[in-house]
Design a protein around this ligand. Structure first.
Ligand code: ADP
Ligand code: AMP
Length: 217
């Protein structure tokens, strides 16, 4: 039986950072919807052209485009044992589509939903200080986790850049969008008995420790 974990939480709380660590320590694939959109934008695909302005504004990509992108990704062989989903689902319609996909592809369901939280001031400080690697999206922070050599990714040597949507105004807008459109999922997964609350204000290592203890992966 495959294991599917949905990381829920506002922008900047540390989902991508933790998803990468969890995927490395388990045999699960890491699926980041934001990374997939940015990859499409970088490669100037049809999808990339359709979504660039939406990402830059900090709004959500329409459900149909997002769902079909994730459907393609989750049907790949490396997701057979399961996946850590980071940034998807973000709306009730996406959550429903995810249930349908998992039932169809592997006769399985979402197993657990860690819900990582932090105060808005922490989210803004984290996201607006985030640096992202151009080649593979490795995540840094100018203060909390700077690359060893300024401007260069430790892992693949590519340049790190500030995401267009990590400017303070856009981060604030993304947090608002999250509260308006994604918050209903917290209750949805709580009612389903799948929500695991995690304090995201703790250091990266402590958050990882709590996630690993709760998920047993
Ligand atoms: P999300 O995927 O939820 O938007 P990220 O994992 O990209 O969040 O983290 C946002 C920023 O905060 C990054 O710059 C990252 O280096 C930093 N960060 C992540 N977790 C922590 C933490 N526990 N303490 C301090 N900084 C963190
Ligand atoms: P993230 O990398 O998770 O911060 O996402 C960056 C941006 O990608 C978001 O602000 C949205 O514009 C878009 N995006 C990522 N995931 C989704 C999703 N599940 N639904 C709609 N838009 C998304």
């Amino acid at each position: 039986m495959a294991t599917y974990i949905v990381l829920l939480g506002p922008p900047g709380v540390g989902k991508g950072t933790q998803a990468r660590i969890l995927a490395e320590t388990s045999k699960l694939a890491h699926i980041s919807s934001g990374d997939l959109f940015r990859e499409n934008i970088k490669n100037q695909t049809e999808l990339g052209k359709q979504v660039k302005a939406i990402l830059d504004k900090g709004e959500l990509v329409p459900d149909d485009l997002t769902i079909s992108m994730i459907r393609d990704r989750i049907s790949k062989p490396d997701c057979e044992l399961g996946a850590i989903l980071d940034g998807f689902p973000r709306t009730p319609t996406q959550a429903e589509a995810l249930d349908d996909m998992l039932a169809e592809f592997s006769d399985s369901e979402v197993n657990a939903v860690p819900y990582i939280t932090a105060a808005e001031s922490v989210l803004v400080e984290r996201a607006s200080g985030r640096w992202t690697c151009k080649a593979q999206g490795h995540i840094y922070h100018e203060k909390f986790n700077p690359p060893k050599q300024a401007g260069i990714c430790d892992i693949d040597g590519s340049e790190v850049y500030q995401r267009e949507d990590d400017k303070v105004e856009t981060v604030t807008k993304r947090i608002r969008v999250y509260f308006e459109q994604t918050m209903p999922l917290v209750e949805h997964y709580e009612v389903a008995g799948k929500l695991i609350k995690i304090d995201g204000t703790q250091p990266v290592e402590q958050v990882t420790k709590e996630l690993l203890a709760a998920l047993k992966i």
